[in-house]
Design a protein around this ligand. Structure first.
Ligand code: DAH
Length: 361
């Protein structure tokens, strides 16, 4: 037995540069069910008790040497790049690699931006974590306005003084982190208007895409996270007619050249006058269907002339400059374009839904 072990050890040591098929033969010869090393292990049962220790060690050494050598030979074969020794068939056709698609919300946002870029608008962005000043105060929201309420806004630091000492109150107001200027998640992209007006001298012509947050129950028609695109145009002598022209141009580019718009008077704290814009229903062509609830019109955005109070709050002389602003929900526009009835589909990322937009890239 000793000689056989020695002989095999020597044999193993001498193996080198083998092909994959040869390596497999060697493995079967040594370690297979009827392999030589396997047989030696079987015979080990008959070894005298006083010799078991010595033979046991030797046998284990032999087995380890064999395993190691086989691994070594395999690595060598793989490295040598010999096609016949490779463990895979390089002539086989490859597995198809699935290509991802762009999200319908990204597609819609991009389309809106590109239309306004053609009109000379630049893209501006702002932080999602904002403060009261930029989301409400500078936009002419009175302090008791319901939109500041806990029910709508996700606050990061509270807007109230509850539980604070007089000293802490004063400190927090000074630091600008509490009290009059709580930190919150922006509820609309109009905050980007404010940041732009604070930092850029007119003329200003920007389009501001972004994600917004509202503390709302999730349903087919509402979500606590959604996207908006804001527009702002400030210059000398900007009029409501300019606003109407810009909106009409956008609507015709986006929904088709036969689309009509209508403006309804509305109210926003930051615009005066304000309007809501409806587009003629692209599904029934204005005749009335269940999407437009029989009216022939679909509401798509809010807009108006920037309130002089807002211009002044942002350091722009309202006697010299005027401007218009508008804001639209990307999900809503996308829903109208593709007749998606449930907003939640946009957030669930079910590949079957997303794949439907493959051709819209
Ligand atoms: N910020 C408004 C909202 O979230 C949308 C909006 C309306 C934006 C009118 C505007 C505007 O710029 O002029 O509902």
């Amino acid at each position: 037995m000793k000689e056989r072990i020695e002989a095999l050890l020597k044999e193993i040591e001498e193996y080198k540069d083998k092909k994959e098929s040869e390596i497999e033969e060697i493995r079967v010869k040594l370690l297979g069910k009827k392999g030589e090393i396997t047989q030696l292990f079987d015979e080990f049962r008959n070894v005298l008790p006083e010799q078991k220790r010595e033979f046991g060690q030797k046998l284990n050494q032999l087995k380890n040497a064999a395993v190691q050598k086989i691994e070594e030979l395999r690595n060598q074969a793989a490295e040598s790049g010999d096609a016949s020794s490779a463990s895979f068939d390089i002539t086989k056709p490859g597995d198809a690699h699935e290509v991802g698609t762009r999200h319908p919300i990204s597609i819609t946002r991009e389309e809106i931006i590109n239309i306004f870029k053609k009109l000379g608008y630049a893209v501006a962005e702002g932080p999602e974590i904002e403060d009261d000043k930029h989301v409400f105060e500078s936009l002419n929201f009175p302090p008791e306005h319901p939109a500041r309420d806990m029910q709508d806004t996700f606050f990061i630091t509270p807007g109230e003084y509850e539980g604070l000492t007089e000293e802490e109150k004063a400190e927090s107001v000074k630091e600008g982190i509490m009290g009059y200027n709580p930190i919150l998640l922006r509820t609309h992209t109009s905050s980007i208007q404010v940041r732009t007006m604070e930092n850029v001298k007119p003329p200003i012509r920007v389009i501001c895409p972004g994600r917004v947050f509202r503390n709302e129950a999730i349903s087919a028609r509402a979500h606590c996270i959604f996207h908006q695109v804001e527009g702002l145009y400030i210059d000398k002598n900007v009029s409501f007619a300019d606003l109407k022209q810009a909106i009409l141009m956008f609507v015709r580019e986006f929904f088709g050249e036969n689309a009509q718009i209508r403006m309804r008077p509305s109210y926003f704290p930051f615009t005066e006058p304000s309007a809501e814009v409806d587009v003629s229903c692209n599904i029934c062509g204005g005749k009335g269907c269940n999407i437009c609830k029989g009216t022939g019109w679909l509401e798509i955005l809010g807009c108006g002339m920037v309130d002089p109070n807002v211009l002044e709050a942002c350091g722009i002389d309202s006697k010299e400059y005027s401007g218009f602003a508008f804001g639209m929900g990307v999900e809503r526009i996308a829903m109208l374009k593709w007749q998606v009835k449930d907003l939640r589909l946009y957030f669930e990322n079910d590949a079957r839904f997303l794949k439907e937009f493959e051709t819209c890239l």
